[in-house]
Design a protein around this ligand. Sequence first.
Ligand SMILES: Nc1nc2c(ncn2[C@@H]2O[C@H](COP(=O)(O)OP(=O)(O)OP(=O)(O)O)[C@@H](O)[C@H]2O)c(=O)[nH]1
Ligand SMILES: [Mg+2]
Length: 345
Amino acid sequence: MKVGLVGFAGSGKSTTFQWLTGVEPDPSKIQQGQMGMAHVPDPRLAKIIEHFKPKKHRYAEIAFLDTPGLSLSERKDNPRRLGILREGNGLVIVLDGFSGAPLAEQLTKFREELLFADLDLLTNRSEKLAAQLKRNKPQKEKELDQAEADLVKRIMETLEAGKSPRELHIRPEEEKTIRQFQLLTLKPEMVFVSQGDDPKAPLPDDLLKLAPHAMAAPVKLERELAELDEESRAVFMADLGISGSKRDEVIRNLFYGMGRIVFFTVGHDECRSWAIDKGATAIEGAGVIHTDLSKNFIRAEVIGYEDFVKANYEEKNAKAAGTFRLESKDYVVQDADIMHIRANA
Ligand SMILES: Nc1nc2c(ncn2[C@@H]2O[C@H](COP(=O)(O)OP(=O)(O)OP(=O)(O)O)[C@@H](O)[C@H]2O)c(=O)[nH]1
Ligand SMILES: [Mg+2]
């Protein structure tokens, strides 16, 4: 899971990147995008660890990519700069909430850039296909090219009308083609506001209308607070009316906002959370742990998280309570399921 931090130049991406990952931004890496990892905090796993006191534990991770800012005045080069995000699984649009620039306007403009970048890519593709169609090729290949050209045209018309390609009716046989385009306008998107020195200020309504799940945190202020000794920090925080860092909450919201969930494996040796796509099946979950586990999958032993807590974190209690389940490979994993994969050795 790789999520790009994107935005206009100076919107606070690198400051946010460092806040999220602890990695120092390195200007020499920015053109290709600089990657940093962050653990996905999980109070439920923390409780499990407290109970098992395992030798090892590990939280699922999310990778963030710091990217070069887009230019508002020289828009021609923006599609190229956005190119490094095509492989990513999602976008976090970072808005400048510290200099007073209207937030809704920043977001609208940025979404236009995503749309232009996709139109740019599709225009190139459509020109290439048109040239290909003029050449003498076997009928079968021509038909495939024509079908793709028609699809490209449909997506372009949707984008030009200012609509999301999500509104298109995509036929099953077109899904693979559309995936290959890696459209930015189809990626999961979250909006994050790097706030100025008034962390209590609510996000404006016009922004929330465009992005109901937008989040905000006073990133720079939090970093400055972190450098103070405990006593002064407490004084400043009381002054500002804040109780702690918003970092954990932001990472969790970004993780879930990108359509991911976790499941847990527990034991006295190791307790872990594992990231999967929402809707993933037990056998896909097994594959995240180890490919052998999905190849030799027999059954998944599953206890829902709430049931596990009620069973005082013990499998035998869950068995006695009848909440321990054996699930087949098609079982759709639920967030925070406790899973153990039974597989052929
Ligand atoms: N006051 C204030 N300044 C901030 C905040 N976040 C970032 N800045 C300042 O804004 C400037 C740009 O921040 P960066 O994090 O480098 O922005 P960026 O989006 O990475 O910029 P580019 O990589 O050039 O596109 C720096 O001088 C930061 O110190 C904030 O929350 N409050
Ligand atoms: Mg930067």
